[in-house]
Design a binder for this molecule. Structure first.
Ligand code: ADP
Length: 215
C-alpha cells in the first residue's frame, strides 16, 4: 500500500504502526534519503541541500532506490510506501514497476490535514538521531528531555523542519504531490482519512478502511 499526505500529517507514525500490525516493511523514502546524507555517501552529498530546502530529489534517483528496495526479500508479502510516489512521473513509473514485479497495490491511503495545523506540528517535532522515532515537544514529549525513550539517543530537529522549509514543502506538496492523489482518485484504490485527532483513532480509521478492501 501507499500512504500519501502532506508533510507532518503523520504518515511516518501511522506507517510504522501498520507495518508492525501487518508484519510488512515500512519503506520511507525520506528516511532512506536522510540515511544517505547521514552516511555522507555520494548520493547523500548530492542531495543534502535539496533535502534541507524541502525540494524533491530527482525522480530518477528516487525510482532507482525504491526499485532496489522493493526487490529485497522482506517485501515479498507486501510493503508500506511512505513518501513515495510523490510526483506524477513517480506515480506512473510506480505503476509500471509494480506490474513488472507482479506486486499490485492494494490501497492508497490519503491522510488529510489543513496547512495551518502542519506548521505547528512540524515546528515542535523532534526525531531520534538513531532510530528515527518522532516526538512532539507539547503533545508527545520524551520522558527525559532531548533523549529518545527507546534507545536514549539524542533527539534532533530535522534540517527541513524550519519554518521556511516547512512552507516550501507544503507548496511542493500542493504543486507536485496533489496531482498524484488525483491520479489515484480515478482508481478504486484511494481511501481518504482525516489525520486530525488521536494517533490511535486515526490508526483505527485506516484499519477499518483497509479491512473493507481485504473483504
Ligand atoms: P515530509 O513528508 O515530512 O516532508 P519525508 O521524510 O517524507 O518528509 O521527506 C523528506 C524529504 O526527502 C523531502 O522533502 C524530499 O526532499 C525528499 N524525498 C522524500 N521522498 C521523495 C520522493 N518520493 N521524491 C523526491 N524527493 C523525496
Amino acid at each position: 500500500m501507499v500512504l500519501i499526505g502532506p508533510p507532518g500529517a503523520g504518515k511516518g507514525t501511522q506507517a510504522s504502526i501498520l507495518a508492525a500490525h501487518y508484519h510488512i516493511p515500512h519503506i520511507s523514502t525520506g528516511d532512506m534519503l536522510r540515511q544517505e546524507v547521514k552516511l555522507s555517501t555520494t548520493i547523500g552529498r548530492q542531495i543534502k541541500d535539496c533535502l534541507a530546502a524541502g525540494n524533491l530529489v530527482s525522480d530518477s534517483m528516487i525510482l532507482g532506490l525504491v526499485e532496489m528496495r522493493l526487490q529485497q526479500m522482506d517485501c515479498r508479502q507486501g510493503f508500506i510506501l511512505d513518501g513515495f510516489p510523490r510526483s506524477q512521473v513517480q506515480a506512473e513509473a510506480t505503476h509500471a514497476l509494480l506490474e513488472r514485479l507482479a506486486k499490485p497495490l492494494t490501497a492508497v491511503v490519503q491522510l488529510i490535514m489543513p496547512d495551518e495545523e502542519i506548521v505547528t506540528r512540524l515546528s515542535f517535532r523532534r526525531v531520534c538521531s538513531e532510530c528515527t522515532r518522532t516526538y512532539h515537544l507539547l503533545y508527545n514529549a520524551p520522558k527525559t528531555e532531548d533523549c529518545c525513550d527507546v534507545d536514549g539517543a539524542p533527539l534532533i530537529q530535522r534540517a527541513d523542519d524550519t519554518e521556511n522549509s516547512i512552507r516550501n514543502r507544503l507548496t511542493v506538496y500542493h504543486r507536485q504531490t496533489e496531482p498524484v492523489v488525483e491520479y489515484y482518485r480515478r482508481t478504486p484504490l484511494l481511501k481518504e482519512i482525516s489525520a486530525e485527532g488521536e494517533v490511535n483513532s486515526i490508526t483505527q480509521a485506516i484499519l477499518s478502511a483497509l479491512a473493507k478492501v481485504a473483504a
